[in-house]
Ligand binder design. Structure first.
Ligand code: NAD
Length: 366
C-alpha cells in the first residue's frame, strides 16, 4: 500500500496562528495503513533541537489537536530555556484512541516520521504514552529519549519532576514566608498521580501538614493511608484553609471560578498550564496577593531528566543537581516580577526569551 506522507499544512488560519506564536515548522504525518495521524510542531530551535513529548488523545477535531500541539510546543521552548538546557521546544500529538490504535507498526511508522526530520525534533513520553511505546519508536529513529532503564535510559521522570516542584515550593515559601522550612505548613495537593505522590512523600518528610484530593477515591484513600495525610473532596480543595496550593492534576485549575475561592498565600505545583488564561489569571492571582510559581519552571525536572539522557552519559545525581537549580531560578523570577510589577509568569517568559536571544546568537549549532 502506498504511504502518504504529507509534510505541508493546509488548515485554514494556521499560518496566522504560527506567525502569532512564532513556530518554525509544523508537520502533518499521515499513514493510511496504520491509521496514524500525527502533528509535530517545532516551535524554536535557537538553543538546540526541539524536544517535547508525544501526547496521544482522542481529539474532538483536528483543529483541537493543532491548537494543543502549537500551545504545548511553545511551552517547551520556555521550559527548556529557563532550565538552562541546550534544547529547543517541540511537541507531537497523535490523534486517536490510545487503548486500541497503538500497535507496533503504528508506533514504528511514527518513529519513521520523526527520523525524517533529521534530529530537528526529539520525542519522549507524554499523556497516554509509555516507555515501551518509546522502545518501538526507537526502532525507527534515534531521536527519542525517556527510554526505560533496561535500555540505558533514565527511566521514570516523575520523581525528578516532583523534586523540582518541591524546590519551587521551597523557594516560593522563602520569598513569601521568609523561610523555606515547610514544617507545619498547610499544603493542599490536587492530584496524587505520579508527580503528586512523590511530592507528598517529600512534603511529609519535612513535616508539612498535607491534605490531598483526587478524582479517584481509591487512589486518594490509598495515598492518604500510606503517608498519613488528610483528604478533601475533589472540588473542596479550593476552599481549604491552606498556606500553599499545589496543583498536580490537569491544567486550567486556576480560573475565574477557582481563584476567588483560594485562601492560600502561594500556588506552586507540578501540573502543566495551570493558568487557564496566562495573562488574565496571572493578574488575578497578583491582585489577590497570591504568589504563583510558574509551572513550566518548577515542573521542569522531567525535561531535565530526558534532556540529560539524550545528551548521553546519563547520571541520576547530576540530574538531581541540575533540578535543584530550580530553587534559585524561581527566587530570581519572583524577585524580577516584584521589581517590574509584572506577573511571575511574564517574568519567567522574559527570562527564558532573554536566554534564547543571548545564547541562541553565540551557540555553535551541532
Ligand atoms: P497522572 O495521570 O499520573 O496523575 C494525575 C492525577 O490527577 C491522577 O491521579 C488523576 O486521577 C488526578 N486528577 C485528574 N483530574 C483531577 C481533578 N480535577 N481533581 C483531582 N485530581 C484529579 O499524571 P502525572 O504524570 O502525575 O502528571 C500530573 C501533572 O504534572 C500533569 O499536568 C502533567 O502534565 C504534569 N507534568 C508531569 C511530569 C512528569 O514527569 N510526570 C512532568 C512535567 C509536568
Amino acid at each position: 500500500m502506498e504511504i502518504k506522507e504529507v509534510q505541508s499544512v493546509q488548515s485554514e488560519g494556521l499560518f496566522a496562528k504560527v506567525a502569532e506564536l512564532g513556530h518554525e515548522q509544523v508537520v502533518h504525518c499521515y499513514d493510511e495503513a496504520t491509521g496514524l495521524k500525527a502533528l509535530i510542531a517545532i516551535h524554536n530551535t535557537a538553543l538546540g533541537p526541539a524536544l517535547g513529548g508525544t501526547r496521544m488523545w482522542n481529539y474532538a477535531s483536528e483543529q483541537e489537536a493543532l491548537t494543543d500541539v502549537l500551545r504545548l510546543s511553545r511551552g517547551m521552548t520556555f521550559k527548556a530555556a529557563i532550565s538552562g538546557l541546550n534544547l529547543g521546544g517541540g511537541k507531537a500529538v497523535l490523534i486517536g484512541d490510545a487503548k486500541t490504535m497503538k500497535t507496533e507498526a503504528y508506533l514504528r511508522r511514527f518513529g519513521k516520521f520523526i527520523q525524517s526530520l533529521s534530529g530537528k525534533y526529539i520525542t519522549a513520553e507524554d499523556v497516554n504514552m509509555n516507555t515501551s511505546d518509546m522502545e518501538y519508536i526507537s526502532m525507527e529513529t534515534k531521536y527519542v529519549t525517556g527510554l526505560p532503564e533496561s535500555m540505558g535510559g533514565g527511566g521514570d521522570p516523575s520523581p525528578v519532576t516532583a523534586y523540582g516542584v518541591y524546590m519551587g515550593i521551597k523557594a516560593t515559601a522563602k520569598k513569601v514566608f521568609g523561610s523555606d522550612d515547610l514544617g507545619g505548613k498547610k499544603i493542599g495537593v490536587q492530584g496524587v498521580g505520579q508527580v503528586g505522590t512523590y511530592l507528598v512523600e517529600l512534603l511529609v518528610k519535612e513535616n508539612a501538614k498535607v491534605t490531598i484530593t483526587d478524582i479517584s477515591e481509591e487512589k486518594m484513600k490509598d495515598i492518604a493511608k500510606r503517608f498519613g495525610v488528610d483528604t478533601v473532596e475533589q472540588d473542596k480543595i479550593y476552599d481549604l484553609d491552606m498556606d500553599i496550593y499545589a496543583p498536580c492534576a490537569l491544567g486550567a485549575s486556576l480560573n475565574d471560578e477557582t481563584i476567588p475561592r483560594l485562601k492560600c498565600a502561594v500556588v506552586a505545583g507540578g501540573a502543566n498550564n495551570q493558568l487557564k488564561d496566562e495573562l488574565k489569571h496571572g493578574n488575578m492571582l497578583l491582585d489577590r496577593g497570591i504568589v504563583y510559581a510558574p509551572d513550566f519552571l518548577i515542573n521542569a525536572g522531567g525535561v531535565i531528566n530526558v534532556g540529560n539522557e539524550f545528551y548521553g552519559n546519563y547520571n541520576r545525581d547530576r540530574v538531581y543537581r541540575h533540578t535543584e537549580k530550580i530553587y534559585d531560578t524561581c527566587l530570581n523570577i519572583l524577585n524580577l516580577a516584584e521589581k517590574e510589577k509584572i506577573t511571575s509568569q511574564e517574568a519567567a517568559i522574559k527570562m527564558a526569551e532573554k536566554r534564547i536571544a543571548e545564547v541562541g546568537r553565540v551557540r555553535i549549532p551541532r
